[in-house]
Ligand binder design. Structure first.
Ligand code: NAP
Length: 280
C-alpha cells in the first residue's frame, strides 16, 4: 500500500485563491511588513517567498532590513513604529535573530492584533482559552492540510512529537479545539514508538531526519511531517521513507507542510486586517 500524498502546493494554492478573492471585496489591500535582521540565507529565502506570495494574492508587502549588528533598542523601536502605523496590518519579525539579540522582548513588543506569527503571549493565551486571535502559521497550516483533504480530527487520537512553542504546543491546542484526543510526546517520552503507534494522526515536529519509522506508525494513519533537516544538501523530514508503505496519507518533504505554513502568513494578514479595520 502506498499512502496518499497530502500535497502542500495544492493546499497553498487553495488558500491563496480564497485570500485573493476576499481581497477583491475589501476597500484597501491589507499591508504586511517583514522585519529581517542581517543576511542569514535561510531567512532571506523565507522572507522572499512569503513576500512573493503576499504580493501575488494582492496584499501590500514590504521588507525592512536591519544590519547584522543592529542593537536590541533599534529593533524594538522599529517594531513600535510599525505598531503605531495605522496603515500596517501585519508585522512579522523573521526568526532566528542574530545571537546578540533577545527574541522574547521583540516578540512581546509586537501589537498582538498585528502579530501574524501568533507568538505574542496574548495570542498564546487566546488560543488556549478558545478565543479569537492570531495563531502560529505552521500549526494553522497543518490543520489546513487536514481540512483540504477532509481528514476529520473529531474523536481521533493525535500524537504530536515535539512540544515547542512554535509547532507542538499550538497545534495541540488546535487539535483539541477540533475534539481530538491529544498526546504531546518529546525527548523524555518513554516508549516513543508505542505512543506513536496509538495515533490515528501523527504530527512529527522534531527536526531529526527519519525519527518516525514505519514500525511506529499504525497502518492507515495520517502522518504530517514538519521536521526539516539538511542532509547532504537535501531537506529531509522527520518521517522515514518506509512510512509511505504503511500510512494512509502523508505529507511529502519538501512539498508538504512548509508550503502550507507560508500560505498561512497571508491568511493571518487578512484575518488581522479584517478584525483591526472592522471588515470581518
Ligand atoms: P524545537 O524547538 O527544537 O523542538 C523540537 C522538539 O522535538 C522538542 O520538543 C524536543 O523535545 C523534541 N525532541 C527532540 N529529540 C527528540 C527525540 N529523540 N524524541 C522525541 N522528541 C524529541 O524545534 P521546532 O522549532 O519545533 O521545529 C521542529 C522542526 O520543525 C525543525 O526541524 C524545524 O526546522 C521544523 N519546522 C518546520 C516548519 C514547516 O513549515 N514545515 C515550520 C517550523 C519548523 P524536548 O522539548 O524534550 O527538548
Amino acid at each position: 500500500m502506498a499512502a496518499d500524498r497530502l500535497d502542500g502546493r495544492a493546499v497553498s494554492d487553495a488558500i491563496a485563491a480564497r485570500v485573493a478573492t476576499r481581497l477583491l471585496e475589501l476597500p484597501t489591500a491589507p499591508k504586511l511588513v517583514f522585519v529581517r535582521v542581517g543576511e542569514d540565507p535561510a531567512s532571506v529565502y523565507y522572507v522572499r517567498s512569503k513576500q512573493r506570495l503576499a504580493e501575488r494574492v494582492g496584499l501590500r508587502a514590504e521588507t525592512r532590513v536591519l544590519a547584522d549588528d543592529t542593537d536590541q533598542a533599534a529593533l524594538e523601536a522599529m517594531v513600535r513604529e510599525l505598531n503605531d502605523d495605522d496603515d500596517v496590518d501585519g508585522i512579522l519579525v523573521q526568526l532566528p535573530l542574530p545571537d546578540h539579540l533577545d527574541e522574547r522582548p521583540v516578540l512581546e513588543a509586537i501589537d498582538p492584533d498585528k502579530d501574524v506569527d501568533g507568538f505574542h503571549p496574548v495570542n498564546v493565551g487566546r488560543l488556549w482559552s478558545g478565543l479569537d486571535g492570531l495563531v502560529p502559521c505552521t500549526p494553522l497550516g497543518l490543520i489546513a492540510i487536514l481540512d483540504h483533504y477532509e481528514i476529520s480530527l473529531h474523536g481521533a487520537r493525535v500524537v504530536i512529537v515535539g512540544r515547542s512553542n512554535l509547532v507542538g504546543k499550538p497545534v495541540a491546542a488546535l487539535c483539541l479545539r477540533r475534539h481530538a484526543t491529544v498526546t504531546l510526546a518529546h525527548s523524555r517520552t518513554r516508549d516513543l514508538a508505542g505512543v506513536v503507534r496509538e495515533a490515528d494522526v501523527v504530527i512529527a515536529a522534531v527536526g531529526r531526519a527519519g525519527i518516525v519509522t514505519a514500525d511506529m506508525v499504525r497502518t492507515g494513519a495520517t502522518v504530517l511531517d514538519v521536521g526539516m533537516t539538511r542532509v547532504d544538501g537535501k531537506i529531509v523530514g522527520d518521517v522515514a521513507p518506509d512510512v509511505w508503505d504503511v500510512a494512509g496519507a502523508l505529507t511529502p518533504m519538501p512539498g508538504g507542510t512548509g508550503l502550507a505554513t507560508v500560505a498561512m502568513v497571508i491568511q493571518n494578514t487578512l484575518t488581522a486586517a479584517e478584525k483591526r479595520r472592522g471588515w470581518a
